[in-house]
Design a protein around this ligand. Structure first.
Ligand SMILES: [Zn+2]
Length: 176
């Protein structure tokens, strides 16, 4: 009785032949992900001696645009507005954060960077293991997981996920 088994050397050769194709697909996912990735936003203070201490700490802080900044709370808001140690703001003076004192007379602004996540999305080299070919598309930005799937803050506020990586993969899968 004869039994046919694929020569491991042949499997490896086939994997090497397929690898460039897999990598081309991964590059398409990278391009789509860059198109769909949310911006990042940076908290900017007036950087003078009038900036309250809770906002001075925020100078330069960066988060994906769909998320909230985590701002140190002010005592009045903790006592009267039920916020915790942090106040979660989409932007300076964000009334949905439930704070009052921490918004009053605030002159801070936000600086948007449309490419903040996109420029950190890369495609790796194909990794061949037996007959398996893997190419990984990676997005390296602080809080990128929350940018993808969203998050819930300790006081019950939420941020919707943008699902840019999942949508990129789905878009490429739909046309290949
Ligand atoms: Zn401010």
């Amino acid at each position: 009785m004869a039994k046919f088994t694929v020569n491991p050397a042949l499997e490896a050769m086939l994997a090497r032949m397929v690898a460039p194709h897999v990598q081309r697909i991964a590059f398409q996912v990278e391009i789509e992900a860059k198109r769909l990735a949310p911006a990042t936003k940076r908290w900017i203070t007036m950087a003078d001696d009038q900036v309250r201490p809770t906002h001075a700490k925020m100078q330069g802080q960066l988060v994906p645009a769909n998320l909230r900044f985590s701002v140190p709370s002010m005592d009045w808001d903790r006592q009267h507005r039920g916020v915790g140690r942090a106040t979660y703001m989409k932007s300076p003076r964000d009334q949905t954060s439930r704070a009052v004192a921490n918004l009053k007379n605030c002159r801070c602004t936000v600086s948007l960077d449309p490419e903040g996540i996109a420029r950190n999305i890369t495609t790796g080299q194909p990794v061949i293991s037996g007959k398996k070919v893997t190419v990984t598309v990676t997005a390296r930005t602080p809080m990128v997981v929350e940018a993808e799937v969203g998050t819930v803050y300790p006081d019950g506020l939420t941020a919707e996920g943008t699902h840019f990586m999942a949508r990129a993969a789905a878009a490429v899968a739909a046309r290949t």
